[in-house]
Design a protein around this ligand. Structure first.
Ligand code: GLN
Length: 307
């Protein structure tokens, strides 16, 4: 707890404004939360003393930021779906756009798309109802990274069964820590391996929903990425020559891991919608039924049905 230093003339608002031309307010807040080990609300309601040491520390964090170091790697945490996630250089920093995927899944199951048979009892004959048992939704999160999608789903869908995979040992370590940090340590099963290969040791690996925010940046685009993005792990970003490698594997293998009527929800990069749809439609066992735009109007996610 920092107490006010007698005679100190500077307060937290002095710091918040000090570099306001250089960094965004939200970033200043994140750095100050880290520096004072407090919440955002605390910044505005508590009385913090700002001495020379604190000011120097803040200045040095800001200069690291100006050298394009992502704030989340400096502070070691990121917010996603209102939850707190640990992030290190082993994981992609969770993006607000990815929250769209979590919200989509929550909404789709709330509206009874996967909860059978009670709400749809009239629609299904009894034999169909047995094929579609009354049980909790099973969700697979591929390329889980920090575990942001899997852990948020575990928290927000208390009955869902959630499995998450990642090829990176370092990322899985963080994802497991994030599950524990968010009281979901016993709710997500983690497996290490490349996409579906990770599931060789999983019991009955069949899911109602497969969700994935795969690496989707074209290899050739790397030199042109913002410097901040290039600080993130290449393994979490590199989608191969045309950025579509992961969609191809998911389209080829996912049917073996989906329950009847199962669905796939994929995050996509700018301008990739048509190419991703074509990959799935070329198998004639899929149907694209919804495309979701992000806050800036960019097509950001696609829902695919297994027919
Ligand atoms: N699932 C994580 C996210 O959505 C990591 C994705 C990745 O590493 N490509 O942020």
């Amino acid at each position: 707890m920092i107490t006010k230093i007698a005679g100190s003339k500077k307060d937290i608002f002095y710091l918040m404004n000090k570099h306001s031309k250089a960094i965004a307010k939200v970033e200043a807040e994140m750095l100050l939360e880290y520096l004072f080990n407090c919440t955002k609300l605390d910044l505005y309601i508590r009385d913090f003393a700002v001495d020379e040491t604190i000011e120097e520390l803040y200045d040095s964090l800001v200069s690291r930021r100006l050298n394009k170091e992502p704030v989340q790697y400096m502070t070691g945490c990121a917010e996603f779906m209102g939850l707190d996630f640990i992030v290190t250089r082993d994981v992609l920093i969770p993006r607000p756009e990815t929250e769209i995927l979590v919200n989509e899944i929550i909404n789709s199951s709330q509206f009874g798309c996967f909860q059978q048979p009670h709400s749809n009892a009239i629609k299904y004959s009894s034999s169909e109802a047995t094929k579609f048992p009354n049980r909790e939704v099973k969700i697979l999160d591929l390329c889980t990274g920090s575990g942001n999608i899997a852990v948020s789903l575990a928290r927000l869908m208390p009955q869902a069964e959630i499995v998450a995979t990642d090829i990176s040992e370092g990322a899985l370590k963080i994802a497991k820590k994030n599950a524990i940090r968010n009281q979901a340590g016993d709710r997500v099963k983690f497996y290490k391996g490349n996409l579906f290969n990770a599931l060789v040791f999983a019991k009955n690996p069949k899911f109602d929903i497969i969700v994935c925010n795969p690496p989707y940046i074209k290899e050739g685009d790397f030199p042109f990425l913002q410097k901040e993005v290039r600080e993130e792990p290449e393994i979490a970003l590199n989608g191969g020559k045309d950025g579509l490698d992961f969609y191809r594997i998911i389209a080829k293998d996912s049917h073996r891991f989906l329950e009847k009527g199962g669905k796939i929800l994929l995050e996509i990069g700018f301008g990739q919608r048509k190419a991703v749809e074509d990959i799935f439609l070329s198998y004639s066992i899929f149907d694209v039924y919804k495309v979701i735009k992000d806050f800036s109007g960019t097509e950001r996610a696609v829902w695919i049905n297994l027919l």
